[in-house]
Design a protein around this ligand. Structure first.
Ligand SMILES: CC(=O)N[C@H]1[C@@H](OP(=O)(O)OP(=O)(O)OC[C@H]2O[C@@H](n3ccc(=O)[nH]c3=O)[C@H](O)[C@@H]2O)O[C@H](CO)[C@@H](O)[C@@H]1O
Ligand SMILES: C=C(OP(=O)(O)O)C(=O)O
Length: 428
């Protein structure tokens, strides 16, 4: 289904207060992890996003039942697993569904999961997931576009990741939580906020995972997980996107319901540019009204470094800042689909490998198209600053990661039009 484009009349400052949504990238693995328990689980902080509906479809395919109990709350219950596969039709919609493999292995000892394939911003291998599984006693074979895996009798062991991978760490944890007397050690594991939140959730159900927030995780298998209640962390990428929108429009904006410590790599960069950031306990004020912003150089890294998921949005901001900025994204070297679209709006960006050389320019409204989620966010930030109207197509990508975007942008002063959509029925 084709969704109506987002129409933004640029040049209006943002202001007031906005509550940050709960984290998409923490909610998805937590929903998957709920499949490990046979008891009911209540989750708060589940954003209403198309990615969440996709993972709920996968969960219901394998036997989970869920019911929404509030705007961002649901109960989910998987009394028994009915299937141990994650089919292509659903895995191909969203790469994150590959972590179903760990949960199915954990609960049933076997899994057949479609290979996730490419994505809009290039090659995203899963070799580390597979190597980790094999190292801890899981037999993995590939056939007909699927991975087939089963947990052997001698389950357990040690794996050292060759690079920091969020999804690889999630998958290995999910596969290792259940099993009496088993012990898995993961070294060079991700310390991303989403990994820490997954561990917090699993431990709240009775798992025994030690070392959260460090690069070494020890996972001692337990017989079963109980039910429980858990609140997912705020979305640091959504928070960062709105911080960048405020800076790009030279506005003063208060963001609430966030973790200021989770966005510090961005806060530091914005401060270097001349934006004032004032942190509260769970809120933050971005003030870009005090003078001219300076160009900066940015290189993406794993958490707590500058996130790749904010690179296209940062590039949009820097396209409006006088002087030359250099942006490098070694985490995803092809994450550049925003560049040609920003150029349509008058941005001066030259690309060499994974480096963008960005010279500040005045942006003009234009018809543009989002080819992936954060490229879409980059375009709406550019549109908010541009002269005239920008029409952004490819809204289905924005719906993957930004809840109720048009209305929330309007609530902070943006001139945005988009017919309301019912996400649960508008997914394709
Ligand atoms: C749903 C979700 O949470 N997605 C996030 C998650 O993706 P995802 O978990 O897929 O990303 P990873 O952390 O695994 O990727 C980090 C780097 O490791 C490489 N790699 C990863 C696995 C592997 O087996 N082999 C390999 O080479 C990747 O190509 C990339 O260069 O973290 C990314 C990096 O912060 C974010 O951009 C995504 O938004
Ligand atoms: C890239 C993202 O998600 P995924 O890993 O699901 O593609 C993202 O959230 O920016």
């Amino acid at each position: 289904m084709h969704l109506s484009p987002l129409r933004i009349q640029g040049g209006r400052p943002l202001g007031g207060e906005l509550a940050v949504q709960p984290s998409k990238n923490a909610a998805l693995p937590i929903l998957v992890a709920s499949l490990l328990s046979s008891e009911p689980i209540t989750l708060h902080g589940i954003p209403r996003l198309s990615d969440v509906y996709t993972i709920l479809e996968l969960a219901s395919h394998v036997g989970a039942r869920h019911a929404w109990t509030g705007p961002n709350s649901l109960t989910i219950h998987t009394p028994e697993l009915l299937h141990t596969d994650a089919p292509y039709a659903l895995v191909s919609k969203m790469r994150a569904s590959f972590i179903m493999m760990g949960a199915l292995l954990g609960r049933a000892g076997e899994a057949t999961v479609s290979m996730p394939g490419g994505c809009a911003f290039g090659f995203r291998p899963v070799d580390q997931h597979v190597k980790a599984f094999r190292a801890i006693g899981i037999d993995v074979t590939e056939d007909g576009g699927n991975f087939q895996a089963s947990r052997g009798a001698n389950f357990g062991g040690r794996f050292v990741f060759e690079m920091l991978t969020v999804g690889g760490t999630h998958n290995a944890i999910l596969a290792s939580v259940l099993g009496e007397g088993t012990h898995v050690t993961l070294e060079n594991a991700s310390i991303d906020t989403d990994v820490v939140d997954l561990i917090g959730f699993l431990n709240s159900l009775g798992a025994d995972i030690r070392g959260a927030g460090t690069n070494t995780l020890d996972i001692y298998g337990v017989k079963a997980l109980r039910g429980g209640e858990y609140r997912v962390i705020p979305d640091r990428i959504e928070a960062g996107t709105f911080m960048l929108a405020a800076a790009a429009t030279r506005s003063r904006l208060t963001l609430t319901d966030l973790r200021p410590d989770h966005v510090r790599s961005l806060s530091s960069k914005l401060e270097e540019m001349g934006v004032q950031i004032t942190e509260g306990a769970d809120s933050l004020v971005v003030d870009a009204t005090r003078g001219i912003l300076r160009p900066v150089d940015v290189t993406t890294q794993s958490y707590p470094g500058f996130p790749t998921d904010l690179q296209p949005q940062m590039s949009a901001l820097l396209a409006t800042v006088d002087g030359t900025s250099i942006v490098q994204d070694p985490v995803y070297k092809d994450r550049l689909t925003h560049v040609a679209e920003l150029q349509r709006m008058g941005a001066d960006i030259k690309v060499s490998g994974y480096t963008q050389i960005i010279r500040g320019a005045r942006l003009r409204g234009a018809p543009v198209k989002a080819a992936d989620l954060r490229a879409g966010a980059s375009l709406f930030i550019a549109a908010l600053t541009a002269d005239g109207e920008t029409v952004i197509d490819g809204v289905k990508y924005l719906n993957r990661g930004y809840e109720n975007l048009a209305a929330r942008l309007r609530s902070i002063g943006a001139d945005v039009h988009q017919p309301e959509v019912n996400l649960a029925s508008a997914m394709d």
